[in-house]
Design a protein around this ligand. Structure first.
Ligand code: C2E
Ligand code: MG
Ligand code: MG
Length: 507
């Protein structure tokens, strides 16, 4: 090959080399560009994915927060009335007490309980009951002053915190105003619904140094307000504490085994004023506790009603007194009426006719020798229809007396409707009649109305010749009271019954 050829080839190859290099460089550039584009697209997709995930996460967190808030709300609020509940209230009270403790201020706690909510629920149904609770909550909320809080802490129980209370009396004033507010009837389904309320107040730090005690004392004061006749506000004090302790002791003692060995029935004579002779007895329960001594029915019957023990006790009294009456008949004593008290709670629990029938069968006492004494309030809201219960007793031949008449709300015509045979005018009228004109007028009117409806009238609590004179003049049919005799043991009744039938050898 010539030198020229070699030179040309070299040049050619150099040119080719450059060309290739350029192409290669271009290809590399394109590849690099493509790579960059792909990477950018991938990065964008990745970013979008990250964003989607982040949004989902944020959403999830928000949802979780919403759920937690909802749970927290539910945990601290009453779903029915939307008021704060007991949990919230306890925390709030603890907080207020903590604040006040450091600053030498007082905090008042008031418990507020509706008086006849159960009656509304029982007679008008739970739906009306629920509506009523909501309306009560609304009224309470609307009456709150700044700083005060109210909560629903139980079925028909509300509680109020009054921070910065001046005194227990001032707090009681606020609670009494709320009670007055609830006295105005509520309107549900176009009918007025009446509920009263009772309240109990305790004060930090005067009555209690911590919230537990503050709660307990407000509750005790409320308990006392209820026991004193409801529709009132009671302030906690030592006497409330002592009394409640006594009640707890009673309730405890009522549950002890051996109770029925400690019970006795005493019998108080009743006198037929027209015939001028002994006509029957009222069975009155007596309880001698081995450690606490004599307990009185006015005290322990309500305790037995609270604990439900009144049901077995009432059954026992009925059996015991029917057994005694049957024994007297068997011994040849003249026929007399055995009057047995039936508690409102027993009556409300239902099943009275069946219990009476069973007791009469077991003791062999003729139904005509038995009378049940029921208070006016027992006739309100019983489990069974009162007229039906009375009808069943009547068909059996058992008589019915309305006890403590004049202290409740029943009308005399209602008593006719439910087939009562006798009314017992409450002792308070007889006690006050000789000196108090109003009591005398009422007692006289009751006797006249009762007679016009062919109901017999028993005067209770006849203690003196003056009382006796009054009940005679007013035409009462029967009398019962210390003037004749206290409640006594069966033997004393036997003597009395025999004395009034057999001629007295001395006279
Ligand atoms: P109550 O049925 O109205 O009985 C009359 C109460 O008045 C009796 O009180 C009786 O001892 C008392 N008393 C009678 N005469 C006079 C008097 O002249 N002056 C005065 N100041 N009081 C007189 P007690 O035995 O303490 O019973 C009180 C209440 O306890 C009874 O009132 C009755 O509601 C209830 N109770 C008594 N025994 C029973 C029972 O076996 N079952 C039920 N469910 N309640 C009973
Ligand atoms: Mg009675
Ligand atoms: Mg009575």
């Amino acid at each position: 090959m010539g030198a020229m050829k070699v030179g040309a080839l070299e040049r050619y190859s150099q040119r080719m080399g450059r060309l290739v290099e350029r192409h290669l460089a271009e290809a590399a550039l394109i590849a690099a560009r493509q790579l960059a584009e792909r990477e950018a697209a991938e990065a964008k997709a990745a970013r979008r994915e990250i964003e989607i995930t982040a949004t989902a996460l944020r959403e999830e967190v928000a949802e979780r927060e919403r759920t937690q808030a909802r749970l927290a709300y539910l945990a601290t609020h009453d779903p029915l009335t939307a008021l704060p509940n007991r949990t919230w209230f306890n925390d709030a009270l603890a907080e207020r007490v903590r604040e006040a403790g450091g600053q030498n201020r007082k905090v008042a706690l008031a418990y507020l309980d509706l008086d006849n909510f159960k009656d509304v629920n029982d007679t008008l149904g739970h739906e009306v009951g629920d509506q009523l609770l909501c309306l009560v909550a609304e009224r309470l909320m609307a009456a709150l002053k700044p700083g005060q809080s109210v909560a629903r802490i139980g079925g028909d129980e509300f509680a109020l915190i009054m921070p910065d209370a001046r005194s227990a009396h001032a707090a009681a004033g606020v609670a009494s105003a709320l009670i007055a507010l609830l006295r105005t009837p509520f309107e549900i389904a176009n009918r007025p619904i009446f509920v009263g309320a009772s309240a109990g107040v305790s004060l930090f730090p005067d009555d209690a140094g911590d919230t537990d005690l503050l709660h307990r004392h407000a509750d005790l004061a409320l308990y006392r307000a209820k026991a004193d006749g409801r529709n009132r506000c009671t302030i906690f004090d030592q006497s409330v504490h002592d009394e409640v302790e006594r009640r707890a002791l009673l309730e405890q003692a009522l549950r002890e085994p051996g109770l029925f060995d400690q019970l006795q029935v005493a019998y108080q004579p009743q006198i037929d004023l027209r015939a001028g002779r002994f006509s029957g007895v009222e069975a009155l329960l007596r309880w001698q506790h081995p450690r606490h001594g004599w307990m009185w029915p006015a005290e322990f019957i309500p305790a037995a009603e609270r604990s439900g023990q009144i049901l077995p006790i009432g059954k026992w009294v009925l059996l015991e007194s029917c057994r005694q009456a049957a024994r007297w008949l068997e011994e040849g004593l003249p026929p007399m009426t055995m009057s047995v008290n039936v508690s409102a709670l027993q009556f409300r629990a239902g099943g009275i006719p069946a219990l009476v029938a069973e007791t009469l069968r077991e003791t062999g006492l003729p139904p005509s020798a038995l009378e049940l004494e029921i208070t006016e309030t027992a006739l309100m809201n019983p489990a069974d229809d009162p007229a039906a219960v009375m009808g069943a007793l009547h068909e059996m031949g058992v008589a019915l007396a309305i006890d403590d008449f004049g202290t409740g709300y029943s009308s005399l015509s209602y008593l006719r409707q439910i087939k009562a045979d006798r009314i017992k005018i409450d002792q308070s009228f007889i006690r006050d009649a000789p000196d108090n004109e109003d009591a005398a007028v009422i007692a006289t009117a009751i006797v006249q109305l009762a007679h016009s409806l062919r109901l017999e009238v028993v005067a209770e609590g006849v203690e003196s010749a003056t009382h006796m004179d009054f009940v005679r003049r007013n035409g009462c049919d029967f009398a019962q009271g210390y003037f004749f005799s206290k409640a006594v043991a069966p033997d004393a009744i036997r003597e009395l019954a025999l004395r009034t039938t057999e001629p007295d050898p001395v006279s």
